[in-house]
Design a binder for this molecule. Structure first.
Ligand code: FPP
Length: 256
């Protein structure tokens, strides 16, 4: 994908960018990539086959972001509850994450993607954690698209871990409880450097948020689509972003 100045919607020839109509589109999109297992089962294949197909879809959607005006993309790859799956599926997913990072690292770096991981790393194996650290490091100067991968992530777990750190700061006298307000806690969340999501998409027809970005999505818009994640296309993504542009976000206020 061609490089584009960050946040710019001007086309290379100076004319309006073809996606200028999406100027009002969401800056931060979060996606619950659901339906890999069903997609594979429908084809008579093991569930991991669906996860591999899902990983290919991640690349297509990340590549689409700059043209569609999406600066931040956050994807739910593995939840704190996904450990309840069979050992075969969990091990297969961990192996897929290692392979994905190894294979995609150079391309992500060269395409200006800044990668971050959110979630608790404590339960992840050392090899995977070192690959994650390395990918964050080699992409740390990038600013074209900010891709955040939620891995062993749960919204409640994140809030609990943040609260623990906040309480430690209080105990050490670094924070006065009187100063704790709704601006304070987000500074302790894994997402502290990210804007809140504007739009949360969930594929596969399920209409629930499954512990994803609970605090951050307080005022997000939601789209639940029937498409299974391995079938989710750039065109469908663009259509959802366009529909978002027509929404009236009031944040509890009244439209003037
Ligand atoms: C939910 O589908 C999907 C997951 C738990 C894993 C998501 C992982 C990927 C898309 C793989 C690649 C990701 C990266 C970052 C390389 P499901 O298994 O619950 O599907 P089902 O509801 O049909 O069973």
């Amino acid at each position: 994908m061609a490089r584009q100045t960050s946040d710019s919607l001007a086309h290379a020839d100076g004319g309006p960018h073809p996606q200028a109509a999406l100027r009002a589109g969401p800056c931060h999109v979060a996606i619950i990539m659901d339906g890999n297992g069903r997609w594979a089962t429908m084809r008579g294949r093991p569930r991991l086959f669906g996860h591999h197909a899902g990983a290919k879809r991640v690349r297509e959607i990340v590549e689409a972001c700059p043209d569609l005006g999406v600066k931040y993309l956050t994807i739910f790859a593995f939840s704190t509850e996904n450990w309840k799956r069979t050992q075969v599926e969990v091990a297969g997913l961990m192996s897929l994450f290692r392979r994905y990072i190894t294979r995609e690292a150079r391309q992500l770096r060269d395409e200006g993607v800044r990668v971050r991981f959110i979630g608790d790393r404590v339960r992840l194996d050392d090899k995977l954690v070192s690959l994650m650290d390395e990918l964050e490091l080699i992409t740390s100067q990038n600013d074209r698209v900010h891709l955040t991968i939620a891995l062993n992530y749960g919204g409640r777990d994140e809030v609990a871990r943040a609260t623990k750190r906040l309480a430690q700061d209080v105990a050490l006298g670094r924070l006065n409880p009187k100063d704790v307000d709704e601006e304070t806690l987000p500074k302790y969340l894994d997402t502290c450097v990210l804007p809140d999501p504007d739009l949360v998409i969930r594929t596969s027809g399920e209409a629930r948020i499954s512990n994803f970005l609970l605090w951050q999505s307080a005022y997000a818009e939601y789209e639940f689509v029937d498409t299974l994640w391995p079938d989710f296309s750039r065109d469908e993504f663009a259509r959802l972003l366009h529909a978002y542009g027509a929404r009236d976000r009031r944040f509890g206020a009244v439209t003037a």
